[in-house]
Design a protein around this ligand. Sequence first.
Ligand code: ZN
Length: 161
Amino acid sequence: MNELEFLVGHCLYTTEGRHFTIEDVLKWHTDPKHAGGRGWRKPGYSDVIYLDGSLHNMIPFDQDNMVESWEISNGARGINRRSRHYAYVGGLGKDGNYKDTRTRAQKQSEEVYIRYMILRHPNIKVMGHNQAPNTDKPCPCYDMPTYLRSIGIPGKNIYQH
Ligand SMILES: [Zn+2]
């Protein structure tokens, strides 16, 4: 059991404006490989923010500072035991290129979500998946530190690599 250190933002790499659900994510992540999934035991995110800004929980967690095994989500290899992961629906433009497709409602929810997590965990550091060690992924398709500064998140909660 480790202390919660990082809140990690992701996208689903789904096309702008298209609705997907946590049931879809569960299939993509936990279906066996031969059935087209990744074969993980658990999905990659604790919470997912839909296009309409609603927040949907995939893996329950409690409010203390520890990451217990039942709380772990598999969002970024190497830091999952110290992290909580969330994702927004989107991340690809209609042309198939990586893009920040967050809707206004998604951005509003994400900001509240981040602020609440910091309220609960005053020392947590927020990062984008693309800032995690050993990743070459562009996820979440926007620069997290720039975004966090733009909404006034304190520097001590902004992960810099
Ligand atoms: Zn990611």
